[in-house]
Design a protein around this ligand. Structure first.
Ligand SMILES: [Zn+2]
Length: 618
């Protein structure tokens, strides 16, 4: 269906003109100058707004005060139209969404691993909140593009402020975050617009490359695809820091999605670094995608928790500004087994453990200090808990019940913790949960029949029944890692040999047969997998020679056979965490009961003695 966007622009401009006349001038005396002048780089109309399930346009949220966040850096005065960063940088921006093309644009950006910025319209976010959550969860920057896309120069100061505040309030109600960037519709603004945005800590952005993609008006013809590519390349290729204007309006911009891979390759081939308008070179969304005692954040922060020699919870952490800290005791509660640590939204860290009373305990911080340790009152656990998080704040914690069934509780922002529920099954091992694509969870375990079993949940659906993956008998409990693409990798110690075994799932290919990756595993403790950069999976284990081993794959490559990283001697099986820029951190208990560390940052480094006094192995 083709939607005539020009007609909507004409109507909007006509309304704006009428309002200006009514407010300021007798209609008969209106000079031509009172008509909003066409911007020299007119962005184009947004098209019809997205509709709510009731068929209506969303009503704006009530705002009574300026909506501004102290989490945004102070906005400099002025209008910006060149991408941040050194060398050659390019910023891809998508206005007027979310809309029917948004999911395709997100999946293209994700497959190339490039960041981008979405300037969303408030009423369109209200109609499609799940797409806004996808943008936020995948780590893309979201800017303010007003509530309903007026020409700001036709509005009073208070009406301009309401346009900004309503859109910011809507974004905050959906994602819990505030916009730190503003772009005026049509690129049309006055000094009032600039001051209002600056007061709200929103940096003011236009663009330097106009693809004029909105003119395709819903067409996906090669004429429009080629025209969009040609404008992006001819205007952008001569600039050091282009900001490329594109769209994802509710009615759809299929030509934009079709042009996007070519545009990305063009700039990549010419040595440009992709950035969002905050200067980030990778998407910033990140949650703990596998259960571990360590949790890393996109900021570079790493938190490690463990059972200390005095049986209480010990803590080491890494701050990218000033290095490693710890050990610090986290409280007086006795812990059974090792804790499970996750990070969901930035700065939020949760740790779970089985307490002395056999129940589930946790402690957390949202960035302003750790809260006190608390029982969760969810009954008695049959083993230690294992937790995973989704990057928009949902957390799930799983454990083997005293009845050998799989149990879980879930935390949803705004709703709090659920009660404990059984997912059935017949567990011989502790569960190995992963978070994969947005809203999807999968939990693996070794059944009492020795086989690999799992249950899974996809967005909008209840949990599946337990399913046997039929990979044969396992020699240990499984361990698993997930990726935002939906890919999942599961590992275990073989049963007929001490090799590392593996199976994996992709959203398009389903489950693959088990394969023997080789190696020589020292114990029947599960191996420790992580996913870092998209497509990269790295799995660690202690070799029979006492050193740290790993096997890994990167996007487009088959598995590298297990090899030793040295780093001997290990006093326990390793555990690991990773960051979306490819950084990886591996930890283990040394034979001296200290916490030891190796890390990947353009090459492997370590081992590093972090000190502390860990509980001796049983
Ligand atoms: Zn727009």
């Amino acid at each position: 269906m083709s939607v005539p966007r020009m007609r909507v622009l004409s109507a909007a401009v006509a309304l704006g003109v009428a309002a200006t006349f009514a407010a300021a001038l007798p209609a008969a005396a209106a000079p031509a100058a009172a008509v909003p002048r066409p911007s020299p780089s007119n962005e184009g109309p947004a098209g019809p707004p997205a509709l709510m399930p009731n068929g209506r346009v969303a009503a704006p949220p009530r705002v009574t005060a300026p909506q501004a966040s102290s989490t945004c850096p102070a906005a400099p005065y002025g209008v910006y139209s060149y991408a941040p960063g050194s060398g050659k940088t390019v910023a891809l921006t998508f206005d007027d969404g979310p809309g029917v093309t948004t999911a395709r644009i997100l999946s293209i950006l994700q497959s190339y691993g490039v960041p981008a910025t979405f300037f969303n319209i408030g009423e369109n976010m209200a109609a499609s909140p799940s797409l806004v959550r996808s943008e936020a969860a995948d780590g893309y920057m979201i800017g303010n593009h007003t509530w309903d896309h007026p020409d700001m120069t036709t509005l009073s100061a208070s009406a301009q402020a309401a346009e900004m505040d309503r859109a910011s309030a809507e974004l905050h109600s959906i994602t819990g975050t505030w916009p730190c960037a503003f772009r005026p519709p049509y690129g049309s603004y006055n000094s009032t617009t600039e001051s209002l945005a600056q007061q709200r800590r929103m940096k003011f952005w236009t663009w330097s490359v106009d693809t004029e993609d909105w003119k395709a008006d819903g067409s996906s013809s090669s004429y429009w695809v080629n025209r969009i590519i040609s404008l992006a390349e001819s205007e952008g290729g001569v600039l050091q820091h282009p900001v490329v204007l594109m769209h994802n309006a509710p009615s759809g911009d299929p030509a934009t999605a079709l042009a996007l891979p070519t545009i990305i390759k063009y700039f990549r081939d010419r040595g440009y670094t992709f950035v969002d308008l905050a200067g980030n070179t990778t998407p910033q969304g990140w949650g703990s995608r596998q259960a571990s005692q360590a949790a890393a954040q996109a900021s570079g922060a790493v938190d490690v928790l463990y059972k200390a020699a005095d049986t209480t919870l010990g803590h080491h952490w890494y701050n990218p500004r000033n290095g490693w800290h710890g050990p610090v005791s986290m409280g007086s509660q006795v812990i059974n087994g090792e804790p499970s640590v996750i990070t969901s939204v930035p700065n939020t860290i949760d740790a779970f453990w089985k307490g002395a009373d056999g129940g589930l305990w946790h402690v957390y911080t949202t960035g302003s200090g750790w809260k006190s340790q608390q029982p969760m009152n969810l009954g008695t656990l049959g083993g230690p808990p294992r937790a995973v998080a989704q990057p928009y704040g949902t957390e799930d914690v799983f454990w083997k019940g005293t009845d050998d069934q799989l149990w879980y509780a879930t935390f949803v922002p705004g709703s709090g913790w659920s009660s404990a529920h059984s997912l059935g099954g017949d567990l011989a091992s502790d569960p190995a949960p992963v978070a994969s694509y947005l809203g999807a969870f999968d939990v693996f375990w070794q059944g009492t029949d020795g086989n690999l079993w799992h249950v899974y949940q996809t967005p909008g659906h209840p949990w599946s029944a337990p399913v046997n993956l039929n990979v044969g008998t396992l020699g240990s409990g499984p361990a698993a890692a997930g990726q935002l693409s939906g890919a999942e990798d599961v590992f275990w110690h073989g049963s007929g040999n001490d090799h590392l075994w593996h199976t994996y799932y992709t959203r398009h290919g389903g489950w693959h047969p088990a394969n023997d990756l080789g190696g020589d595993l020292a114990s029947t403790t599960p191996p420790a997998p992580v996913t870092s950069a998209p497509g990269t999976v790295d799995v660690f284990f202690a070799g029979t020679d006492g050193s740290l081993w790993h096997a890994y794959t990167t996007v487009g490559h088959s598995w590298h056979a297990p090899s030793s990283l040295g780093m001997a001697p290990l006093g326990s099986a390793p555990f690991a965490t990773a960051q979306p820029d490819g950084a990886e951190d591996v930890f283990w208990r040394g034979t001296d009961d200290h916490l030891w560390h190796a890390y990947f940052r353009s090459g492997w480094h370590g081992p590093q003695d972090l000190g502390g006094d860990l509980y001796p192995m049983p």
